[in-house]
Design a protein around this ligand. Structure first.
Ligand SMILES: Cc1cc2nc3c(=O)[nH]c(=O)nc-3n(C[C@H](O)[C@H](O)[C@H](O)COP(=O)(O)OP(=O)(O)OC[C@H]3O[C@@H](n4cnc5c(N)ncnc54)[C@H](O)[C@@H]3O)c2cc1C
Length: 399
């Protein structure tokens, strides 16, 4: 590494926290600034790491980035486990794509053809294979495919773990910077004031840093100064997520959970997913996350119709949902962009400010890649060809 900078990360969702972690690992001093860390999109997310099942028509530019991001997870998890005693919430449990009726089957089969055409691993299951792997699913489902490489992480657990790693002494990483500083304030303005970057807070105080990562999710549009020079097309895309708990009496002898894999189902044309947390997950023991709606109606509160549809579709796929305990219903906004691609780019001539936001439906998946790229840009590292290709996808001004 070259210089050790005095860096700031504005916004402590998953993207900001992982960025802070990378900066610390590279030897920098890090201040994490957020009035309420990890309470926005990252708090709601199910945490699917699903570059294959998240494939959308016409978004080829994103596919490589999503695949590369998922490949970062095992190394991130290994590093975090050396720095923190907290479990990471990472789980390699695979995913099944499920079609409820015959018209759903055609729709899912069409998407599977695209995924397979892009050399992604997706395999059709016979009904007896499906019954053997997921006996609790409804017997009437039309068709299922296995996506063995799509996994999950519990974002709330990951937040805890990264936070502890940011605060820990880090004896395993002698080159790392000191424990992070935390500033619980809202940033109002970020301005280049050579030789530094000035950050102004909502209590009329301010600080100057050598390097600043702007990771405030949807909050970007409210920050004055540099953010006004780079207006971004961000919009809130609201989603409801239902957190359920399996009742122990729902399990047969020897069973640890009602599901082994994540289920992504199409039910009469609607999408629903069911993500089983690890049976021993400390935050969501025997948890099942059902999601997610997608609304652009500017209504920040929980929408009853969306919750009803999610439960109805989840029960159609997994009848046992009817007997489970509802632990929580969470509504948050995804930081949406027009083409689902995030915005990640160094915006000052010397690379001292990096904007990293707009992770929309994929921020948990893309977080480690985004963090590495941001830290590399801020540190002035030589980028690899792959990193340059990923940055070409995330430029603020689209090609
Ligand atoms: C219902 C739902 C389900 C989802 N499921 C998945 C999934 O399964 N897999 C996946 O990969 N992604 C998923 N996502 C998307 C993912 O949650 C987001 O893309 C990701 O959390 C974005 O992270 P972030 O850190 O950029 O933003 P956020 O988590 O929104 O964090 C931004 C932070 O910035 C802070 N902030 C804002 N303004 C300021 C300011 N002026 N000063 C200081 N701090 C500020 C906020 O307080 C907040 O803590 C889901 C999202 C939703 C809503």
């Amino acid at each position: 590494m070259g210089s050790a900078w005095n860096t700031a990360v504005v916004g402590a969702g998953i993207v900001g926290l992982l960025t802070a972690w990378q900066l610390r690992l590279q030897g920098h001093t890090v201040t994490v600034i957020d009035p309420e860390p990890a309470t926005q999109a990252s708090y709601a997310a199910a945490g699917m790491l699903a570059p294959v099942s998240e494939v959308q028509y016409g978004q080829q530019a994103l596919w490589d980035v999503m695949t590369a991001a998922q490949a970062e997870y095992p190394e991130l998890i290994k590093t975090l486990q050396q720095a923190s005693a907290q479990p990471t919430g990472y789980r390699e449990n695979g995913t099944l794509l499920v079609a409820a009726d015959t018209s759903d089957r055609q729709a899912v089969a069409d998407l599977v053809a695209v995924q397979q055409g892009a050399q992604m691993e997706v395999t059709a299951l016979t009904s007896s294979q499906l019954r053997r792997s997921e006996p609790a699913l409804s017997p009437g489902l039309a068709k299922a495919w296995s996506v063995p490489g799509d996994h999950q992480v519990n974002p709330r657990q990951l937040v805890r773990c990264v936070t502890e790693a940011l605060n820990a002494p880090l004896e395993f990483f002698p080159q790392a910077g000191p424990p992070a500083h935390w500033t619980r304030k809202r940033v109002l303005r970020v301005e280049q004031t050579p030789p530094g970057i000035r950050v102004d807070y909502d209590d009329a105080s301010g600080s100057v840093f050598d390097r600043v990562a702007l990771t405030p999710g949807l909050g970007y549009s409210q920050i004055k100064g540099i953010c006004e020079h780079y207006p971004l097309q961000l919009r809130p895309v609201y989603g409801e997520v239902i957190r359920l708990r399996v009742r122990p009496e729902q399990l047969l002898e020897g069973e640890e959970h009602v599901l082994n894999s994540t289920i992504r189902a199409t039910v009469r044309g609607r999408s629903v997913y069911l993500v089983p947390r690890a049976p021993e997950d400390p935050l969501e023991p025997l948890g099942l996350v059902v999601g997610a709606s997608s609304r652009e109606d500017a209504v920040a509160g929980t929408h009853a119709g969306s919750v009803a549809e999610l439960l109805e579709d989840a029960i159609a796929v997994l009848p046992a949902v009817r007997e489970m305990e509802v632990v929580e219903i969470t509504t948050r906004a995804r930081p949406g962009t027009p083409d689902d691609r995030p915005y990640l780019e160094a915006v000052t001539e010397d690379g001292a400010v990096v904007i990293s936001t707009g992770y929309h439906r994929h921020g948990i998946l893309l977080g480690p890649l985004a963090a590495r790229l941001t830290a590399a840009l801020l540190s002035g590292e030589e980028l690899s060809d792959h990193q340059r290709a990923h940055l070409a996808v995330t430029r603020l001004r689209r090609d």
